[in-house]
Design a protein around this ligand. Sequence first.
Ligand code: NAP
Length: 470
Amino acid sequence: MKMLIHGEWVDREEKINVVDPYDGRVIDTVPSGTAKDVKAAIDSAEEGFRINRDLPVHKRIEILKGTANILDERQEEFARTIATEGSKTIKEARKEAFRAAQTMTVAAEEARRILGETIPFDSMAGSENRVGYYYRFPIGIIAAITPFNDPLNLVAHKLGPAIAGGNSVVLKPATVTPLSALKLGEALLEAGLPPKVLNIVTGYGSKIGDAMVTDKRVRMITFTGGTEAGEEIVRKAGLKKIGMELGSNSPVVVAEDADLELAVESSVSGAFWAVGQNCIGVQRIYIHEAIYDRFESMFVERTKKMKVGRQLDEDTDMGPMITEGEAARVEAWVREAVEKSATLLTGGTREGTVFQPTVLSNVPEGVTIACEEVFGPAVCLFKVKDMDEAVAKANDVRFGLHAGVFTKDIKTAFKLIKEIDVGGIMINDSSDYRIDLMPFGGVKYSGLGREGLKFALLEMTEPKVVCFNL
Ligand code: NAP
């Protein structure tokens, strides 16, 4: 596929192979963009901004709804693209394609609700003769940088609200999964988006990232990705708005009175969805000692039933990891834990990009897999004596995106809601629960700001005050 600059689909001699992570087969190529391409894209986005700012809201709604319809009609095609360039199974990919259509639909609906309010100027002495209001106006050019693990829906989460709010966008999708994003770009143009409103530059973050994040004409960076890249971008960005959706190693707490069937089923799904390459994936499970043994054996038994294989096979439950390097990293983290006395309950083996679903117990404090984001199919089970210990351990990391709690006791639920430091806490669901319209984002090193269409729209617009001196 080609990249989209100044309304044209453009190619470059230097190409990047896009491969199926299961077997390394090249499925397509994209141009390897340069800093010059980024500059051209931003030049175009300057024009694009004026065009979208002046577009009536009902037109923006029509475009976003039209895009949602295309996503619905071609759901299977989008799902196959997701499941071929990335790690997701076809069943997981269908869900993502369905959600992307919903994301665009809600973006269209929210475009109608970008509201302001009147300001009671006469409530302050000396302002008796003034009347006025504020409304929300678009902030300008938004640079969007996206990761590989939800290559369609996380892009929709940036393009939908940016366009709804009247901005223009320069998008850089993940180098390993650019095709879903480019197809979404095609769908937006087909639905009537004026071409310069969206520019898409494909290429390595290390090569074109700086040109995107340091350009002073870019007024906001909306980034989803790892904490390290996020921090580097923040250091370089200068004076512009920043939205950061970063990583985590989400905790789940299973109380003594939990419904164990539910807790196991939901946590196994949360740990291995998208091969664990999921920012809200379950990584650390804190289980009350009274039910620990039963939970452990049920969890391991359920994990062993997962069928690992080729993403496009209908009966595959878990696909390959995104690259062999990533699979080898997870293997090394598991090995390190086992060498330092952790117990390997199942999994731990690797063939190329395929890493078996892995469950560890007795994981000592301080090993990498207990502290950092594993972003792979490995989960740690910890025995705790009470809920205070569960809270202390859940919080004892630098991340705080989502948490899950299983309990039937309302008091336990409210205690953990208050005490676990995260952006979202799910009671009787694992950390891996999200719908696209809720406020989504983290505390601590998991991020800055919130996505979820209404909330992203607030970040991507600013209030402008209007005051009449009568
Ligand atoms: P990543 O390595 O941080 O890359 C994310 C994006 O940033 C890619 O497009 C990458 O380009 C680009 N990039 C990397 N370094 C850059 C730089 N210095 N300047 C500008 N752009 C740069 O993350 P990933 O491996 O794709 O995704 C996994 C991470 O994303 C995990 O940590 C996960 O938790 C996080 N994530 C968070 C959320 C959330 O909503 N909180 C959702 C999904 C994923 P290249 O592809 O060319 O390297």
